[in-house]
Design a protein around this ligand. Sequence first.
Ligand code: IPE
Ligand code: IPE
Ligand code: MG
Length: 255
Amino acid sequence: MADDNVDILATNITIPRHIAIIMDGNGRWAEKRNKARVMGHRAGVEAVRGVVESCAKQGVEVLTLFAFSSENWRRPKKEVGLLMELFMTALGHEVRRMHKNNVRLRIIGDKERFSSALQGRIKKAEELTKDNSGLTVVVAANYGGRWDVTQAAKDLAGLVRDGELSVEDITPERMASYVSLSDLPEPDLFIRTGGEKRISNFLLWQLAYTELYFTDTLWPDFKDDSLTEAITSFSLRQRRFGQTGKQVEEAKADA
Ligand code: IPE
Ligand code: IPE
Ligand code: MG
């Protein structure tokens, strides 16, 4: 009986084109083991490797990972320093691995606050992988949703100031093309690990119609089966985009 259920689900799985994840719970994972928080961040990098590989295998097109928020600078200096170091080393070996797997890597966020060495590595990694045609991995670093919307507004204001755009031409569609990820499909599935049920200034504009999924699993423990569970939950939802359920059913039947 249970097996039958799994079969039914397996045939109805819709793979999201774009998954966006708040990878939370590294610190608690380490603290539970009486280890330093940085050990949790290290284990977190391994979890990233696993999820990148399963997304690539399952045909997900875009995976966006929240690695460091614009508010995370408020953490103890030592933790911020260790996170930057980890980011630096991961940009070395993980990028080589991604490149081998045909992954295209992109970093979003305000990169100017990073050291010039880190900015250089980011540039090199993006350059190296830019023509890869497999999964696109977007890492949000020193990213904040409010920053993102603000920088789009600034760009548009600049165009108006220079006489290249009229105020009337500022539409939601135009805004959408100035925020991060504008050239990629919108996130279909949002996952937050670690038990908190909040957005923490992640993609504010882009998540308008994303299906939200929260799990208590701490990020370093988030494995293949956790991803499958999230995708299964996503598959069981009806996305209505403002319409009625009946309209959506009818449109599906007509397709
Ligand atoms: C997420 O894990 C990683 C970053 C924010 C860099 P946390 O470090 O927030 O882990 P918890 O929430 O303290 O367990
Ligand atoms: C969100 O996690 C940011 C990242 C995972 C990078 P936080 O742990 O910083 O979020 P809050 O502080 O609990 O909201
Ligand atoms: Mg946290």
